[in-house]
Design a protein around this ligand. Sequence first.
Ligand SMILES: Cc1ncc(COP(=O)(O)O)c(C=O)c1O
Length: 343
Amino acid sequence: MFDLDNLVRPNVRRLTPYSCARDDFHGKAEIFLDANENPFGTLNRYPDPYQRELKAEISRLKGVPVENIFLGNGSDEIIDLCFRIFCNPGADKALTLKPSYGMYEVSASVNDVQIIKIPLSETFGVNFDDIKPHFRDKNLKIILLCSPNNPTGNCIDRTVIESILNEFNGIVMLDEAYIDFSDQPSMKDDIDRYPNLIVMQTFSKAFGLASVRVGMAFTNPEIIRYLNKMKPPYNISTLNQKTVLKKLKKQGEYLTQVMKIKKERTRLSGEIAKLSCVVEVFPSDANFILVRMKDADLIYDYLVNKGIIVRNRSNVINNCLRITVGTKIENNRLLRALKSMEK
Ligand SMILES: Cc1ncc(COP(=O)(O)O)c(C=O)c1O
């Protein structure tokens, strides 16, 4: 049985979180002399620690109640917070797939959490029977899934995700950083059905706000309470909250950009597949394409010399480059450079 309080590290259960000045006071006031702020200026006040205005807008956009939303300084902060809430350093474990987003392993290492990596199949699928035996491990606290997966670009089969959610009594973090580029539905609407599910999304990709550092977690209010307990009080600056709010008012811009990126993804995949230096272009549900080359290192260096930087993933998938879909002009420059290499 899933027992949240039992999963949480004892010191976190006992923790009395930092109480900031604005937590002590509720209501309307005219003069704030409670937080040792400088009384002069326009950026002199601490941010809203719970980002209420922003969460109300996100709630409207995503159709998820405010009490089910947590915001982090990027998804990366949410990943780190979960390791610190659920995993005892030097004892507990997390499980992820291989290859997947590199931060899972780095964040686990930072927190002295052992990571178990289950290889994806040749076609980047997930075999539930490879994961299931690990459910018996009492020290396995978190399973991290990425769908669409970075760097393979494909979505994980929903029935596999549901089997994991049903049979694993720990936390399942589902990273949907690239979901806006996919036709697969998000699982954010399933958080009521699965008390162990944390769905993560981000403003860094489809919303074009990577420099702003705002990531979202959708989960049940009990998990949100622990995330709020653990986070630094002012983890999202006022400037960043306002920037996201402004972006949310421009829904049309977001939709147009996602549409353009998806269209370019199709075109770029088709054109790259015609090149003789290419072995295979993998189908993508994300804003990048994974391409198997005859000699990825050679092509990577060649593109660097042309001032074009792609991601060489050869160390994790044999002879593969991960290419982000750029603007039409950028993609054409890439294609010209690759074609000129063939001459
Ligand atoms: C799968 C995945 N999750 C999360 C992130 C980072 O998200 P954020 O910018 O919100 O920290 C990335 C960035 O590349 C990613 O590939």
